[in-house]
Design a protein around this ligand. Structure first.
Ligand code: HEM
Length: 514
């Protein structure tokens, strides 16, 4: 009885002390952050309101509403701010910026950092050098046949699912874009066949730490990680404890279990590829570039680092591009005048019976690229503000001095809606990207972030998106399976669209020839 009372008293005492300290820090305000409005009550005292926002809502949309009222800097947590002023892009992410990735990357890292979560600048530069040969445009064009192979497999599936005058079939385009990008990156990166396109499913093998294997769903596992970390990673100091505590909740418990399945997928893929490497197979892929440079000098990476790099490649290398492909198709179906224009451009460039668009032929089609960029502008697959910390001496961000070790973030979703740079920001308007005026938008387009930590996979993303979209539009007509369809949007670590139910028909001009 006394033990129970003592325990309850200790918990209440702990809560009171913690709340007291948070409030004391808030009013003491050593960094001068109280001058910025809180996005919600208590946001200046604790990260809990932002974590709740992240759990329940589209956080960048909420911040956008607040910034649109003419507030350039909003406090999102005791030590974090969201900035909508476009000058902040250069100050926070630019090559000359002294800001670095912040604690949210550190708490989510595994035993070894990978290219995307390493914070230390020299260590990042070392990794980027190793990986840049793998991601170089030269390799990329050599690997185009791997992408073309995936297009052929997708076409084989879509041909079977085409609607006809007699028989209408609705398919969800969204998962197919994911099967496509996962199959493609596994082949480019590891010469591994996932066969998701052939199977129409993301079932795959995961390896437990003890080496035993089990079957999991790639997308379910990866998205579970994305959902859980998009909430909990905003509490840096408490992340590990919250991860344990959150397992009491059935929702989070399920996510963390699925996340174990996710950890096992790159572990399995790395082990399989390693066996082939050990057996002396010479394969032309990303893994080979991880092992040694072009002259054959070994990189001698630790096993944990190799698995970490494969993890980020399979994650960042598939999810973002798949979302982007589904969004572009959604926008084009929704805007038939843009669809007609881009299709005319593609048809003009391709032979009538060409099924897979060669990259060389379609990569410079201006309207096709403009459609992709406009879709990325409106719904950037990484939409939330990427968190950076100011250097210890502080830094000027958008004209304001921000004290050292403060988290600052500019959301692509918000920046891309600045009406001065992007007039009528909610309008899908590919024309804005054309000509000289279009080129001037470059510094404000941050779908791939910017500076030294900008996306290394951008070339792969454009290769896959351009070839896929051109091939699809050349072969099929698309329409929403439900007239007036609008997708739901979930913002986890990525901004997902729920589904994209469409009907596909072989274009008459082409099918007549068969
Ligand atoms: C449309 C597709 C893509 C979009 C919108 C995108 C977006 C981004 C963004 C915003 C970042 C910065 C992340 C941060 O600061 O936390 C990033 C980094 C990165 N992306 Fe992508 N990405 C795409 C495709 C890819 C692909 C296909 C790959 C790999 C094959 C890839 C691999 C990476 C890696 C490794 C980084 C970390 C780079 C570094 O810190 O040096 N991405 N990407």
């Amino acid at each position: 009885m006394y033990g129970f009372l003592f325990g309850a008293f200790a918990i209440v005492f702990g809560i009171v002390i913690t709340l007291g300290k948070w409030s004391f820090d808030y009013f003491k305000d050593p960094k001068g952050l109280r001058r910025y409005p809180n996005f919600a009550p208590f946001a200046g005292i604790t990260n809990i309101p932002y974590m709740l926002l992240s759990h329940k809502n589209f956080r960048s949309h909420r911040l956008y509403e607040l910034h649109s009222r003419g507030v350039p800097i909003i406090r999102t947590g005791p030590n974090s701010i969201s900035v909508s002023d476009m000058r902040a892009i250069k100050d926070v992410y630019g090559h000359a910026s002294k800001c670095t990735k912040d604690g949210s990357y550190v708490v989510q890292a595994g035993t070894h950092y990978h290219l995307a979560d390493v914070v230390d600048k020299p260590e990042h530069a070392r990794k980027r050098k190793v990986l840049s040969s793998a991601y170089a445009i030269k390799n990329l064009e050599d690997w185009e046949f791997k992408v073309a192979d995936k297009i052929e497999r997708l076409i084989a599936q879509f041909d079977k699912r085409c609607s006809t005058k007699e028989h209408e079939i609705a398919i969800d385009y969204r998962p197919w874009t994911n099967f496509f990008t996962i199959d493609a990156i596994a082949d480019i990166g590891l010469t591994h066949r996932m066969n998701f396109l052939d199977n129409g499913s993301a079932k795959t093998t995961s390896m437990r730490p003890d080496g035993s294997l089990h079957e999991v769903d790639f997308r379910d596992c990866l998205y579970a990680n994305s959902k859980a970390t998009s909430v909990l990673s905003y509490s840096y100091d408490w992340f590990q404890r919250l991860t344990k505590i959150s397992k009491i909740d059935p929702y989070f418990n399920k996510l963390w279990k699925l996340n174990e399945g996710w950890d096992g997928i790159p572990r399995y893929l790395a082990a399989e590829r390693w066996k082939r490497y050990q057996a002396g197979e010479k394969l032309d892929d990303f893994f080979e570039a991880l092992m040694h440079d072009r002259s054959g000098a070994e990189h001698n990476l630790e096993w944990g680092e190799i698995v970490a790099e494969i993890t980020i490649m399979m994650n960042a290398g598939s999810t973002t591009t798949a979302i982007s492909m589904a969004n572009a198709m959604y926008q084009l179906i929704k805007h038939p005048e843009c669809m007609a224009k881009v299709r005319a451009e593609v048809d003009e460039a391709l032979d009538e019976d060409e099924a897979v668009a060669p990259y060389e032929t379609v990569k410079h089609l201006p309207y096709l690229r403009a459609c992709l960029d406009e879709s990325l502008r409106l719904f950037p697959p990484i939409s939330h503000g990427l968190t950076r910390t100011t250097p210890p001496e502080g830094s000027v961000v958008a004209g304001d001095f921000i004290a050292g070790d403060t988290t600052v973030a500019v959301s692509a979703f918000i920046a891309h809606r600045d009406p001065v740079v992007f007039p009528e920001p909610e309008r899908f308007d590919p024309e804005r990207w054309l000509g000289e005026e279009g080129k001037e938008l470059g510094p404000y387009f941050i779908a791939f972030s910017a500076g030294a930590r900008g996306c290394i996979g951008r070339n792969i993303a454009y290769l896959e998106q351009t070839v896929l979209l051109a091939s699809m539009l050349h072969r099929y007509d698309f329409e929403f399976a439900r007239p007036g369809f609008e997708p739901g949007r979930y913002e986890w670590q990525n901004l997902h669209l729920t589904e994209l139910p469409v009907m596909i028909r072989r274009r008459e001009r082409l099918s007549e020839k068969l």
